[in-house]
Design a protein around this ligand. Structure first.
Ligand SMILES: NC(=O)c1ccc[n+]([C@@H]2O[C@H](COP(=O)([O-])OP(=O)(O)OC[C@H]3O[C@@H](n4cnc5c(N)ncnc54)[C@H](O)[C@@H]3O)[C@@H](O)[C@H]2O)c1
Length: 314
């Protein structure tokens, strides 16, 4: 197949690009290399000589350029976004432009270029402080951050484009993805980085908040399967491990993996926009995709720490 990956230089997009090229597909990587964090080109540079890979430096807010990048594509995996809750609290318009207007542009370009399916990226944050755990796709979505609101609006556009124009799509609600290449603003990476420098982990809140951490290889496996699963009808789909651990537990596991169990956490005030608990029900993804998450948290954390020590800190 010919696939477009938007956000191809990022954490999830670059890992997906590796998988698609390894399977022998043609990939057009779209990214504007935004200034949110640096060093992304190194994930893609290994593919620049590959005849099946084409890199297009395009901003998804540029609709004409986006249309060109979607020519002859069978599927668009849409990962480009302004990720992160905290930056959205500081600069809501930035998240809105990239995530809501950006996704609307992706859908318009896909419709105009007759792309068969769009696999869009949403977030567990749309649930807010979920009414029930584990959260199911049919539960109410009540965002408590501009990031979550921008992602929920993007989901609505996906559903609408299915109903109005018949454009097949799915909005994948990822639950805290972690593993090699993880973004530098994410907690697991910050805890690891500080520990390697001999600094105590800083936890926002009492550390008893829980997260459904999902390993990157499991996530890209689910994303890939969305290209040829039965019609997902423009609906949301949880991509999660289906289990949950506290931030305190994760910090202990990282300190163990780094060999710095002597470093005890420092607790800071909770951050606005952060939810207390995330925990997803993945039965819909299991059924629709024939998928199941494989990597357990201890194994995933030790793989991450190994990668970070070898390659992550450059
Ligand atoms: N990592 C997670 O835990 C997580 C959880 C929930 C949802 N998500 C979503 O998954 C997707 C990928 O996240 P990630 O962690 O890989 O983030 P990332 O920041 O590593 O990757 C996003 C990529 O998009 C690019 N980009 C940003 N704005 C763009 C624009 N206007 N035009 C073109 N490219 C643009 C960036 O340069 C970057 O390479 C995002 O949609 C994010 O919101 C991620």
């Amino acid at each position: 197949m010919r696939a477009v990956v938007t956000g191809a230089a990022g954490f999830i997009g670059s890992t997906l690009t590796d998988l698609l090229l390894a399977e022998g597909h043609e990939v057009v990587g779209v990214d504007n290399f935004d200034d949110y964090y640096s060093g992304k080109m190194r994930f893609l540079s290994r593919h620049l000589e590959n005849k099946d890979f084409k890199l297009m430096e395009v901003d998804i807010l540029d609709l004409d350029a986006l249309r060109q990048s979607f020519e002859d594509a069978d599927v668009v995996f849409h990962l480009a976004a302004q990720a992160g809750v905290r930056i959205s609290v500081k600069d809501p318009l930035r998240s809105h432009h990239a995530n809501t207007t950006g996704t609307l542009n992706v859908l318009l370009a896909a419709r105009d270029e007759s792309v068969k399916r769009v696999v869009s990226s949403s977030s567990s944050s749309v649930y807010g402080n979920a009414v029930r755990l584990p959260a199911k796709e049919t539960d109410p979505a009540v965002p408590i951050s501009p990031y979550a609101a921008s992602k929920l609006a993007a989901e609505y556009y996906c559903t609408l484009f299915y109903k109005l124009y018949g454009l097949q799509s799915v909005s994948l609600r990822y639950f805290t993805v972690y593993g090699p290449r993880q973004r530098p603003d994410m907690a697991i990476r910050i805890f690891t980085d500080r520990a390697l420098d001999g600094l105590r982990p800083q936890i926002f809140g009492d550390g008893e908040q829980t997260r459904d951490f999902t390993y990157i290889a499991d996530v890209v496996n689910a994303i890939r399967r969305c290209a040829d699963c039965p019609d997902p009808k423009g609906e949301p789909l949880n991509v999660c491990s289906g289990s949950t651990v506290s931030v305190n537990q994760v910090v202990s596991a990282i300190m163990k993996a780094v060999g710095r169990e002597d470093l005890k956490p420092e607790y800071l005030p909770p951050q606005p926009g952060d939810v207390d608990h995330t925990w997803g029900d993945n039965s819909k993804a299991r059924e629709l995709l024939g998928w199941q998450p494989k990597v357990k948290i201890d194994e995933g954390l030790s793989r991450f720490v190994e990668w970070y020590k070898k390659e992550g800190r450059v």
